[in-house]
Write a protein that binds this ligand. Structure first.
Ligand code: MN
Length: 228
């Protein structure tokens, strides 16, 4: 097939201890999946269950890369999150089989233009400008389940210029990892190459140019990105 012009390379993510790359098809994200974060966003986690939104696949930013401060915002936030990488697709996946669909796990930072997101929320509009902008999906290397197993618990935190901002445990997720796969697969047919950002703990805060974000999840590499 001849295209009228060439696009750039397919977006992809590093794989831990490998030269191979994980190709990215879609990026799904879970909103309000830690109770304390739902409360800090002004919502009741008992009344408003988590939900999904998407970012474009080419929003991925690798570990160690600078992230440009995005345009049209004055309130640019970090959100440290566990990321699921799908390896086998499917629809209406059962809870018992959910783990079989997971290729691996990574640490991610769901970068957010909070002012645009909250404006959209208040006006009943889509979140795309607040969430789905360029360079908004920082992500570390994917750790394959075949080598490192599944992640169900463990410390998660992010520091900005050495100061702790968010700190929790993966076991605090409202929808845990298998439940997220099950729920998402009732809405979309999952495919290999789909990433799922699983939600962020309380403590989201603004970052400025020149600041360095350092994220941690037990068992994964540290995710470091400087805002420029
Ligand atoms: Mn998030």
């Amino acid at each position: 097939m001849n295209y009228v012009f060439e696009l750039g390379e397919r977006p992809s993510v590093a794989i831990h201890n490998s030269e191979d790359r994980y190709p990215v098809r879609r990026i799904y994200c879970v909103g309000r999946n830690y109770a304390e974060h739902a409360r800090e966003m002004g919502k009741d986690p008992d009344r408003d269950p988590p939900f999904f939104f998407q970012k474009p696949a080419d929003a991925v930013v690798p570990n160690g890369a600078d992230v440009p401060y995005p345009p049209r915002t004055e309130n640019y936030h970090h959100e440290i999150e566990l990321v699921i990488a799908i390896g086998n697709g499917g629809s209406n996946i059962s809870l018992e089989q959910a783990e079989d669909h997971i290729y691996g796990y990574a640490i991610g930072n769901d970068l957010t233009r909070r002012d645009l997101q909250l404006d959209a929320r208040a006006q009943g509009r889509p979140w795309d400008t607040g969430k789905g902008f360029d360079h908004s999906a920082a992500i570390g290397a994917i750790y394959p389940v075949s080598e490192n197993g599944h992640i169900r618990e463990g410390e998660i935190w992010i520091k900005v210029d050495g100061q702790i901002k968010q700190q929790a445990d993966i076991r605090d997720l409202i929808w845990d990892v298998p439940e997220i796969v099950v729920e998402l697969s009732t809405l979309f047919e999952l495919q290999p190459g789909d990433l799922i950002y699983t939600g962020t703990p309380a403590g989201v805060a603004a970052v400025e140019r020149g600041q360095t974000m350092e994220g941690y999840i037990a068992g994964l590499e540290t995710l470091t990105n400087k805002v420029v």
